[in-house]
Design a protein around this ligand. Structure first.
Ligand code: ACO
Length: 364
């Protein structure tokens, strides 16, 4: 189907075509738009995080599957993770984080013009978790939709929000990353169940004319690797049936070694690309907030950048891999621990199912 900017013969036509306006009016309108949105950028006005109170330790995992605290810590760095209550859905986790971010930003929730939720473990296939959250926040009829980019979801959401802010559509956007991965984890599969945890992180993004804010965001994906990290069943390709359940296909499946190798290369390459593109040296980065999946992946990134590990903010030992929620939870904790100072350049890097990977640099 041709896009709005194409006619039925596929020829490019002006988006003003349907408005039937003269070229002069079109030109004046474009200038007005670009003047009004000129120099707008996006800043993080508020952050918030929520992790469930139930702590599941490696010692408890030893009683559930054939594993050891030693194996989990040496291979991943994870010591414990949080598990949501049976009656807590992803949108409930999101609600706590969203309220914290709104309060941190000091705005009236009615200023929010768009709600985005990045998640790989939505409440249900549809409606979106963003709509569930919108209802819980009492913010109808603010538009709301989900972003599916697995562990890269927060940075994908940041780019989407940044575009809406830069083009003048919205001045305040709520971006929440929330995961109840415990609901899609096979608790009998030791190769995956020790890795994941539940939690939510949120940011309020605000239009700014100040130079501080988003410097750049890069997004990447390669669907040819979709089989190495996925939840095979539960969608249209493989609806859930008793047979599917018997084979545990409704849970996360991962070829850990393959994901590991690709993650190391993808994160390193995209981080080098964003630094080079923006003429920023690794030494100028005050804090790196990476996706919190595995300490070994993060230390490989530190080595490649020539940065000490204390330049990285890590909390995966306490939460495990919370997929899309990992980065914003770490961001909220880094702020709470006074690790971020005005003017600091902060580097983000993520990778996840898809495969997707992404990086961003902001000035705090
Ligand atoms: N306890 C004890 N032994 C285990 C466990 C466990 N929990 N899990 C696997 N093993 C065994 C394996 O069976 C294997 O035994 P074998 O040699 O007898 O066959 C051995 O340990 C080594 O297994 P590997 O999978 O080769 O271990 P590896 O060193 O690769 O570490 C890990 C596994 C931690 C999963 C690693 O590959 C990894 O971190 N991969 C990346 C995962 C990731 O970052 N995912 C992020 C995206 S998540 C998302 O998008 C939702």
């Amino acid at each position: 189907m041709p896009s709005a900017a194409e006619n039925t013969k596929g020829k490019q036509v002006s988006p003003f075509h349907e408005c039937n306006t003269s070229p002069l009016i079109q030109l004046a309108f474009s200038s007005l738009i670009s003047a009004s949105v000129k120099n707008i950028s996006t800043r993080i006005a508020g952050v918030g995080a929520y992790t469930p109170s139930r702590v599941l330790t490696n010692q408890e995992m030893e009683k559930m599957v054939d594993t050891t605290h030693e194996w989990i810590t040496t291979r991943t760095g994870i010591q414990e993770r949080r598990i949501a209550a049976p009656d807590e859905a992803t949108s409930d986790l999101a609600l706590h984080a969203a309220r914290a971010a709104i309060s941190d930003a000091g705005i009236d929730p009615r200023q929010i013009g768009l709600i985005l939720v990045a998640t790989a473990s939505p409440d249900m296939l549809f409606p979106s978790t963003a709509c569930m959250l919108q209802q819980k926040l009492g913010l109808a009829p603010v538009p709301a939709f989900d972003i599916s980019a697995a562990c890269s979801g927060f940075l994908y959401g940041l780019q989407i929000a940044h575009q809406f802010i830069c083009n003048g559509t919205h001045s305040h956007i709520l971006l929440v990353s929330a995961e109840k991965l415990s609901a899609i984890t096979n608790w009998k599969d030791r190769s995956t169940c020790v890795l994941f945890g539940d939690g939510a992180g949120a940011v309020v993004l605000e239009a700014t004319h100040n130079s501080r804010g988003v410097i750049d965001i890069l997004l990447r994906a390669d669907g040819s690797y979709h089989e190495i990290l996925r939840v095979p069943a539960g969608g249209s390709a493989m609806p859930v049936t008793p047979d599917v359940i018997q084979q545990n296909l409704q849970f996360i499946q991962m070829s850990g070694k393959e994901v590991f190798k690709l993650a190391v290369t993808a994160m390193q390459d995209i981080v080098e690309e964003i630094l080079e593109k923006n003429q920023i040296s690794p030494q100028e980065i005050a804090c790196v907030i990476p996706h919190q999946a595995n300490t070994r992946i993060i230390s490989a990134l530190a080595d490649r950048l020539g940065l000490p590990m204390d330049r990285f903010f890590l909390n995966l030992h306490r939460y495990g891999n919370m997929s899309a929620a990992s980065i914003p939870v770490a961001l909220a904790e880094a702020k709470a621990e006074a690790r971020l100072h005005p003017g600091d350049k902060i580097l983000f890097a993520a990778f996840g199912g898809g495969l997707t990977w992404a990086s961003a640099i902001i000035e705090w």
